[in-house]
Design a protein around this ligand. Structure first.
Ligand code: MG
Length: 450
């Protein structure tokens, strides 16, 4: 059976891997999965192909007997919010997140506003592979109604938070993508002075590549310094990830934004539980020990973190890429709330962004990769575990080797024929040495497995 779903829904190049026909089939398969009953919220980002896919999906949903709630242009966290706000039974977001403009993607959400669990994705795949979808009889075709989710979403945040007392100057860079419709406006309503850049919607994304990583944020950093702003905010294509630039133009990585959000957000909680993955910085452990709490490390991926919240609970979750989850708000990575919370902490502490960042130890990270055919991965992983057997190991996902002064993660990618090699240490030279050691062992094991 062909695997349709990757780490974040179904993704592909428009009209090549991802066609309107497949979008229709996915809509119909979802309606079949829901037994032709209930209401599905549908939102999309501003890619040139998104409206086309929305029409196909809505046709599929209604053909299968479910009602569609058409939200129009919607950042991903707003879709998650809308599912609960409008009491929907499921949701669909059409976005390819940080991928280039020729891509698009389709992701399913459950009634609690969390991404579908893997087992439910497999069920959808089965329906499509076996063409086991069910079309509704004419009297039971679903309705397609329009609804606006932005106003209730902004309203819900504004009622939760008091207006900021200090007027911070913030440069907001939404990459001409979905965050443009909510982030600048919300921050203004909360009392910030907002300078927006790349906030005109444009599905060709001319401003910068959509992924919020330091190398794509040079213009933002320059603008923050040039405008003497307090900070910069950068979001990805669907606004579920946010990175921060401090007032000196330094980009804070996703790990640090997450760690700082956790440090301040959880301050009043007893023994807070921080849920993250094996790929995230040890700075989270520093935060947990400051707060008297604990860090729980899951396998890599948002569904793994959500799964942990559901089974054992947690106070905050996140990944190293800038996606922070505030489970008492929404069960999804929340780039908009991350921006709001970061500004709130600067405002409350009366500190600059660089000073807040300096309140946590700094780490150096090295991220490398080695080619490895999928079929060799289990054998290579086993061999690696043997070679590092003398060390403290975490085998939750791949192999995390824990040293006194750093860690090394050797993990087979779930989507590409590669092994990832991440190393981190307080000292830059040590991080590089660990990464070199990892790559050396990795190459030896791959060669032996061939
Ligand atoms: Mg995203």
């Amino acid at each position: 059976m062909p695997k349709l779903f990757g780490t974040f829904g179904v993704r592909g190049v428009v009209n090549r891997e991802l066609t309107p026909k497949l979008a229709f089939d996915l809509g119909l398969a979802l309606a079949t999965h829901l037994k032709g009953e209930g209401k599905v919220a549908v939102g999309y980002d501003n890619r040139t192909s998104s409206e086309m896919f929305e029409q196909a999906i809505v046709a599929g949903i209604t053909a299968g007997g479910c009602d569609a709630l058409r939200l129009g242009l919607t950042p991903t966290p707003v879709l998650s919010f809308a599912i609960r706000h409008f009491s929907c039974d499921a949701g669909i977001i059409i976005t390819a997140s940080h991928n280039p403009p020729e891509y698009n993607g389709i992701k399913f959400w459950d009634a609690e506003g969390a991404g579908f669990e893997r087992t439910r994705e497999r069920e959808i795949e089965q329906i499509i592979a076996k063409k086991a979808w069910k079309r509704a009889p004419w009297q039971e075709i679903g309705s397609a109604r329009e609804a606006g989710a932005l106003e209730p979403y902004v309203g819900a945040i504004l009622t939760r938070l008091p207006k900021f007392k200090r007027k911070l100057k913030v440069v907001v860079d939404c990459a001409n993508a979905a965050g443009s419709v909510v982030t600048p406006r919300l921050l203004r309503e909360l009392g910030c002075e907002v300078i927006s850049m790349n906030c005109q919607l444009d599905g060709t994304f001319p401003g910068r590549p959509l992924e919020p990583i330091p190398e794509n944020l040079a213009e933002l950093a320059k603008t923050v310094v040039g405008c003497k702003a307090d900070l910069g905010i950068a979001q990805d294509g669907d606004a579920d990830r946010t990175l921060v630039v401090d007032e000196r133009g330094k980009v804070l990585t996703g790990d640090r934004v997450f760690a700082l959000a956790a440090l301040y957000y959880l301050r009043e909680r007893k023994h807070p539980r921080i849920v993250t993955t094996v790929a995230t910085s040890a700075v989270l452990d520093d935060v947990a020990s400051k707060l008297g709490g604990e860090v729980v490390r899951t396998r890599v991926g948002e569904p793994e973190i959500i799964g942990e919240f559901r089974t054992r609970g947690g106070d905050i979750g996140g990944e190293e890429n800038g996606g922070v989850i505030f489970p008492d708000w929404l069960l999804c990575r929340e780039g908009v709330m991350t921006a709001v919370k970061f500004i709130e902490l600067l405002e409350r502490e009366g500190m600059s962004a660089s000073k807040v960042d300096a309140s946590l130890p700094s780490y150096s990270q090295v991220k490398l990769r080695a080619k490895c055919p999928d079929k060799l991965k289990p054998k290579v992983l086993k061999a690696l575990a043997k070679r590092f057997a003398r060390h403290k190991l975490d085998r939750t996902d791949g192999l995390r080797v824990i040293f006194d002064d750093g860690w090394l993660l050797l993990r087979p990618s779930g989507t590409e024929p590669i092994f990832r090699c991440f190393a981190e240490a307080r000292d830059g030279k040590r991080a590089e040495d660990l990464a070199k050691l990892g790559m050396r062992e990795l190459k030896t094991c791959i060669k032996a497995a061939e």
